[in-house]
Ligand binder design. Structure first.
Ligand code: F6R
Length: 614
C-alpha cells in the first residue's frame, strides 16, 4: 500500500510529485505529503485525508519552487491517519526527508534504542524510525547512498524507502525490499514511483527494481546496487500503456469505465493465444510439457476478488484436466503447513502482482520446490518476477479500487491455463478444446450485450439504495459469482451483503430471509445435470418466505418467471463460462448503488488498491 513519487530534473518538483501522487491515490488515501529541497532548505507539507487536503494546504501555505522532491500518499498501518503520521518524515536534525511504503517489523526495538539515546519522535509510525536512522548515519559524515545501505540492512520487513538530503540537492536515493518501486528514465530528469502511472506523462522508459536493491538517481544517471553494495543488473523496459488508458475517458468513475472496458479486456487476454490450427499456445509458460504431465495437484492461491476467480477456475480446471485442484486464501496458505511438493502446480492470481499475502505464498511454494505460475495484470510486478512462469491478463491499468476487468480477465486466463493443461495431458480432444475456445471468443460480444441491456440493473440500484442488506445465491460457478457480487456491494456501497451456495441456505442462513429482503439468484443454464432445476427450487424456498428475488437467467429460461420479481436476461453460454456474463450486472448494480448513495466509488473507505502488507 501507499504511493511514492520522487523527482529530480528541470520541471517543478511540486507539480510532478503532486500529479504523480494523484495517479497513485488508489494505493491509499489516508494522508498525503511532499518534501522539496530549495536553496539549501528542506520544506515539507503534509495533511491527513485525500490529496485534495494537501492541495488546499499548498494553496494557503505554498512550498518553494524546486527541481527535487519526494511525495507520499498513505494507507495507514502503524499510527492513525493524522497530519503527524503523514509522510514525509524528517530526521530530528532537519536534514533528511523520507517516505516509506511497507511495514518495518523491527521498528519498536529500533525506536527504543534511539529514544534511549534521547531522540524524540514526532509520529507513531514505523516509518519515522527509518528517517531518524538515516539522519543518524548522515550525521556521521557518510553520503546518502551509503547511509541508505546501512539503514536498509538494519531494517526487517517490507519497505520501499525514498529519501532526500538537504545538504545534497542533486540526488534522490531509494531502497526496495518486498514493496514495489520503478524508475522512470527521462532526459536530464529521472523519476521514482510505486507504479509507472505516476510518470508516464513524462517518460515511458522504465527500470523495474529488483529485490533488495538501492537506486540513486541524479539528473543524468541511474545507479542501482544491491543491499550488499555490489553493482546490480537492471532490466529496462518500455511502458506500453498511455496516459489516456489511465484516465477516466468521460466516465464518472474509473470503476464504471473499467466495467465497460471488459469486452476489450477479454479479447486482449485471448489475443495471440490460439495457433492457426486452433490449438492453444501459451508461449509464456516456461514449464516443460513433461513437467506439466507430472502435476498431481493444483493449488490456486489468491486474495479477495482474485480468490473468487480462483474458485471459478477450480470447477473448470478439474472438469477439463481431471487434476485435483484446491483454492486457498493466500493469507491462510503459508501458515497452515500446506502439503505441496515438486509435482504440485501452484497458480497464484493477482491483478497488481504486488499483494503481500500472495507474494509470500509464491515464496513458500517455491521453497517447497513446487512450480509456480502467476496470473497477473501488471507487467514486471514482483509476483510474476518471482514465479516460474506468468500468464499476463491484458486488462490494461485497473485504477478503481474494486476489481472488475481484473476479475473477468483472471477468469479467462484460468480457462486458458486449464485448457492448455488439458491439451498437454490429452484429457480433452483437440476438437473439444477448439469448441470451448470458440465459445470463449464470443464472450467479448456477449459481455457487450449485457452492458447494452444494463438499464434495469441501474433502475434497481436506485430503488434499493436504502435497503440495509442484500443476499446473493448461486450454485457451481454461480457460487463464486454470488460471492463476488456481495463483495462488490460491501466494498463500495458499505451495505451488508452475503453470498451463499444456494443449496446451503436451508442449513442456517435462510433464517435471515424476511419479507422484502432482496436476493440475487444466479441461475445456471439448462443442461444435462439437474443444477438448473435445483436452483429453481432454491428460488422458491426464499420466495415462499417473502424474499424479493432478482433472478439472473439465460435468455429463453421461462421457468424462472413465476418465482422472480425481476428477471435480468443473460446471453446463452456454457455453464462453466457463465461467470463472465453473470458477474457484469452485479458489478454495475454495486457501482450504481454506491453512486446513488453519494460514495466515492473509486476510493472506498479503509481500502487500497494494492495490499502490499501482510
Ligand atoms: C476487491 C478487490 C480485492 C483484490 C485483492 C487482491 O474488489 O479488488 O479483493 O482482488 O486485494 O488483489 P490482487 O489481485 O492485486 O492481488
Amino acid at each position: 500500500m501507499c504511493g511514492i513519487v520522487g523527482y529530480l530534473g528541470p520541471r517543478s518538483a511540486q507539480s510532478v510529485v503532486i500529479e504523480g501522487l494523484r495517479r497513485l491515490e488508489y494505493r491509499g488515501y489516508d494522508s498525503a505529503g511532499i518534501a522539496v529541497l530549495s536553496d539549501g532548505e528542506l520544506a515539507t507539507r503534509k495533511k491527513a485525508g485525500k490529496i485534495a487536503n494537501l492541495d488546499a494546504e499548498l494553496l494557503s501555505n505554498p512550498i518553494p519552487e524546486a527541481g527535487i522532491g519526494i511525495g507520499h500518499t498513505r494507507w495507514a498501518t502503524h499510527g492513525g491517519p493524522t497530519d503527524q503520521n503523514a509522510h514525509p518524515h524528517v530526521s530530528a536534525d532537519g536534514r533528511v526527508a523520507l517516505v516509506h511504503n511497507g511495514i518495518i517489523e523491527n521498528f519498536a526495538q529500533l525506536r527504543q534504542k534511539l529514544e534511549a539515546r534521547g531522540m524524540e519522535f514526532t509520529s507513531e509510525t514505523d516509518s519515522e524510525v527509518a528517517a531518524q536512522l538515516l539522519g543518524v548515519e548522515l550525521a556521521k559524515g557518510v553520503g546518502l547512498v551509503e547511509g541508505m545501505h546501512t539503514v536498509a540492512n538494519t531494517l526487517n520487513g517490507a519497505f520501499t524507502l525514498v529519501a532526500v538530503d538537504r545538504d545534497d540537492p542533486d540526488r534522490v536515493v531509494a531502497a526496495r525490499r518486498n514493496s514495489p518501486l520503478v524508475v522512470g528514465v527521462g532526459e536530464g530528469e529521472n523519476f521514482l514511483a510505486s507504479d509507472v502511472a505516476a510518470f508516464i506523462e513524462f517518460t515511458r522508459e522504465a527500470i523495474e527494481l529488483g529485490q533488495d536493491q538501492i537506486v540513486e538517481i541524479t539528473r543524468d544517471a541511474v545507479v542501482v546496487t544491491t543491499f550488499d553494495g555490489a553493482e546490480a543488473e537492471v532490466r529496462p523496459y518500455h511502458v506500453d500503456w498511455d496516459l489516456a488508458a489511465a484516465e477516466k475517458g468521460g466516465y464518472d468513475w474509473f470503476m464504471r469505465k473499467e466495467i465497460y472496458e471488459q469486452p476489450q479486456a477479454i479479447a486482449d487476454t485471448l489475443l495471440g493465444r490460439i495457433a492457426p490450427d486452433g490449438s492453444l499456445q501459451l508461449d509464456e509458460i516456461h514449464i516443460t510439457d513433461n513437467e506439466l504431465r507430472r502435476v498431481t495437484k493444483i493449488v490456486i492461491v489468491a486474495c479477495g476478488t482474485a480468490f473468487y476467480a480462483g474458485m471459478v477456475a477450480k470447477y473448470a480446471i478439474e472438469h477439463w484436466t481431471r487434476i485435483a485442484c484446491e483454492v486457498e486464501i493466500a493469507s491462510e496458505f503459508r501458515y497452515r503447513d500446506p502439503i505441496i511438493d515438486p509435482n504440485t502446480l501452484v497458480v497464484t492470481i493477482s491483478q497488481s502482482g504486488e499483494t503481500a499475502d500472495t507474494l509470500m505464498a509464491v515464496r513458500h511454494a517455491r521453497e517447497q520446490h513446487a512450480k509456480v505460475i502467476a496470473i497477473c495484470n501488471t507487467n514486471g510486478a514482483t509476483i510474476p518476477r518471482e514465479s516460474d512462469a506468468v500468464i499476463y491478463t491484458h486488462a490494461g491499468p485497473e485504477i478503481g479500487v474494486a476489481s472488475t476487468k481484473g476479475f473477468l480477465t483472471q477468469v479467462v486466463a484460468c480457462y486458458l491455463l486449464g485448457l492448455y493443461l488439458a491439451q498437454v495431458r490429452g484429457t480433452k480432444f483437440g476438437e473439444e478444446i477448439r469448441e470451448v475456445m470458440h465459445e470463449l471468443q464470443t464472450m467479448p460480444e456477449k459481455v457487450q450485450r449485457v452492458l447494452d441491456d444494463i438499464q434495469p440493473m441501474l433502475d434497481l440500484a436506485q430503488e434499493f439504495s436504502e435497503r440495509p442488506s442484500v443476499l446473493f445465491i448461486g450454485r457451481h460457478v454461480g457460487f463464486p459469482v454470488a460471492l463476488e457480487g456481495a463483495l462488490k456491494l460491501k466494498e463500495i456501497s458499505y451495505l451488508h451483503a452475503e453470498g451463499f451456495p444456494a443449496g446451503e441456505l436451508k442449513h442456517g442462513a435462510i433464517a435471515l430471509v424476511e419479507p422484502g429482503l432482496p436476493i440475487f439468484v444466479v441461475v445456471p443454464p439448462k443442461g444435462r445435470d439437474q443444477l438448473h432445476d435445483k436452483v429453481i427450487s432454491n428460488i422458491q424456498e426464499v420466495r415462499a418466505r417473502g424474499a424479493y428475488t432478482i433472478v439472473l437467467a439465460e435468455d429463453d429460461d421461462l421457468e424462472v418467471e413465476p418465482y422472480s420479481d425481476v428477471v435480468f436476461r443473460l446471453p446463452k453460454v456454457p455453464t462453466l463460462l457463465q461467470p463472465l456474463v453473470a458477474t457484469v450486472p452485479l458489478q454495475m448494480f454495486a457501482c450504481e448503488l454506491a453512486t446513488q448513495k453519494g460514495y466515492d466509488v473509486d476510493q472506498p473507505r479503509n481500502l487500497a488498491k494494492s495490499v502490499t502488507v501482510e
